[in-house]
Each structure stands twice: as C-alpha cells, then as structure tokens.
Design a binder for this molecule. Structure first.
Ligand code: SF4
Length: 334
C-alpha cells in the first residue's frame, strides 16, 4: 500500500473557555469556578490517499469542521502530528510549510461570507497566485479567464463583484479562487449545504470533474449522507470529537457497523427504502463541554451495556479497510 498523501496521527484539539472577570472575582470569594475545556477533536487517526475522496460525516458540533481547518493549516492542533507526503509538518522548513498551505485549500459553506464583497472577481481569484509568484501580474487577466471557464463561469463577468452573482455562481468563484494556487488537496466544509438542491448537484459534479481533470484529492465534510454517498470513495463518521467508523462508501451504506452510523442512516430521508430498518437516533447530541463517559454515544445507543458507560471503545479494524469503535464487535454477534 502506498503512503497516504495526508496522514493525521492522534490529532486532538482543545478549546479552553477562560474565566471572565466576574468568575475570577467570584473565585476570590471562594466560588471555585474552574476553566472549562472542550475536546473538539479527540485523538483522530486518518490517512487520505492521493486521488481519494473521503467524506467526513457527523452531526453539528462533532468536530468535523475543526478537523478540516486543522488539515487545511488554518488552525493548529493541540496534540498529534500531520504528515504530508510522508513529512511531518512540524519538521518542515518555512518554505515547505508555505507550499503545504498552497497545496491544501479549503472551500467553505457560505460562499458569500468567504468572498470580499469589495473586491472584483478577477482580484478575488487572481490576487493569491500573483502574491505567491505562481504567475506574473501581466498574466493575471488570462489566468483568471481560464479558471472562470474551468469552473463554469462566464469570463466576461470577471470585473463584477460577488453580490452580482447567484449563490451557485459565488461558490464557483470560491472554487476558482482555491484552484488559482494550484492545490493538490481540497477540504470542502459543507461546500454545497447553503445551495438549492438543483444547484448542489451541479456543484458536486463540478468537484468530480475537477478531480478527473486535475487529479485532486478531497476531504469532503458534510452532515448530509446522500451528498457524501454520491461523492466519496470512503466515509469517516465522527461523534463528539472521535472517529467511530470508517469504511469504503458502498460497504458503509450497504452494511453499517457502528450503532451511530446505523442511526444516521435511519434518519437520512433521501436514502433508498431498504435502509429503513435501522432505529432512528434518540435524543440530542450531548454538549461537548460535558461529554458522556466511556463511549460518548452510550446515552443514545439502543445496544448500550454497562461497560459502555465507563470504557471508551478503541477504533479497531473489523474487516480489511473497515474500522469501527464499538464494544459489540468484541462479542460473537453484531
Ligand atoms: Fe453502543 Fe456500547 Fe457500541 Fe457505544 S460501545 S456504540 S454504547 S454498544
């Protein structure tokens, strides 16, 4: 097996809620209020091969966007190591790190919020490649026109502003801006969630065409299983900061292993009828500030046993290419 293009080893991210002035004053009087930490991402291992599309799924607050930002180099991990083409980011020179940040680009959910409303499209797309020395300023016009065509935008509109485009077109501008620095890996964070369903399909097809044309690798973050099924080679499911299951897409949808994955499938309305025999998920996702002990899923799991409340199940290989974190896998039947 070839080494993954991007490898995450035991990546964790903690956010600490600092005490405000009132709490600090209350502590002077003996209130004993303590700072609270959220383990947004908790010891995640993940390898993504060159050319692969990995779908990262979970409910809001499960840590998937935080993980995406860490992969894209927008946020640092609290612990763990990221390797790009076999080299740890921590061991990279400044120049290698800069190259990594160009090679890995992120596309966000809200195309409008991520585009500067006061910049013309040609500057939004062309500024970074000029700044990074990938093209000369004199080449910018032609370069931007080519990129606009590649993402399905009319280059005649390159002097317009973002508000003069529709939602789907704005997302295409975001894609062109990401492509402008010639990336190898794209992190899409809910990249079609804000678009109408018909436009979603068009943008998903654009991602797939670009994969073919440019050999891109994707980490596709979404809460929408139907979208992930359409686009991914492999699916990784996260729950409260932990990876609970990972499998090739077809296998995961045909025979999910983890009770949380089964519950997610039961809730996905657009999936085919034969997948309806799972029990829908019960209750709300617990607060990441105070996650349940043991298996984080135990308060919502229909199969929870006594040990689930105290012992976190490790992520284990359950079949070639398939991983799951559930104590049921150690028993005779699942
Ligand atoms: Fe359910 Fe226990 Fe498996 Fe967690 S470890 S998913 S609580 S059976």
């Amino acid at each position: 097996m070839t080494a993954p293009m991007i490898e995450l080893r035991q990546i964790s991210k903690r956010f600490v809620w600092r005490l405000d002035l009132a709490s600090r004053l209350a502590n002077l009087l003996g209130a004993g209020i303590r700072e609270r930490a959220v383990h947004a991402v908790n010891h995640v291992d993940l390898g993504i091969a060159e050319g692969e599309v990995v779908g990262l799924v979970g409910e809001s607050g499960c840590g998937k966007s935080t993980l995406g930002r860490i992969v894209a180099g927008i946020m640092d991990a609290s612990e763990g190591e990221i390797r790009f083409r076999g080299k740890a980011l921590s061991a990279m020179t400044e120049e290698e790190r800069r190259d990594y940040k160009l090679a890995v680009q992120m596309i966000f959910q809200d195309p409008y919020a991520s585009l500067n409303p006061r910049m013309r499209v040609e500057d939004i797309i062309g500024e970074a490649p000029v700044a990074h020395g990938l093209i000369r300023r004199s080449e910018m016009g032609e370069y931007v026109e080519k990129l606009m065509q590649q993402v399905g935008l009319d280059p005649r509109y390159r002097r317009r502003y973002p508000h003069q485009f529709s939602g789907g077109q704005r997302q295409r501008i975001g894609v062109a801006r990401a492509l402008a620095v010639q990336p190898r890996f794209i992190v899409c964070d809910e990249a079609v969630a804000a678009l109408d369903v018909s436009i979603q399909a068009q943008v998903l097809n654009l991602f797939m065409d670009l994969r073919e044309q440019l050999g891109l690798t994707y980490l596709f973050i979404s809460h929408n299983l139907a979208v992930v099924e359409h686009i991914s080679d492999r699916v990784v499911i996260m729950y409260l900061g932990r990876v609970v299951e990972s499998a090739p897409t077809e296998e995961l949808f045909a025979a999910p292993n983890h009770p949380y994955t089964k519950a997610l499938l039961a809730e996905a309305p657009k999936l085919v009828a034969e997948r309806r025999d799972y029990t829908p998920i019960k209750g709300e996702i617990p607060s990441p500030l105070d996650p349940p002990t043991g298996c984080h899923f135990h308060p919502r799991c229909p199969f929870a046993m006594a040990r689930c409340k105290t012992e976190a199940p490790p992520l284990r290989e359950i079949a070639p290419g398939r991983m799951s974190a559930c104590h049921l896998n150690e028993m005779a039947t699942v």
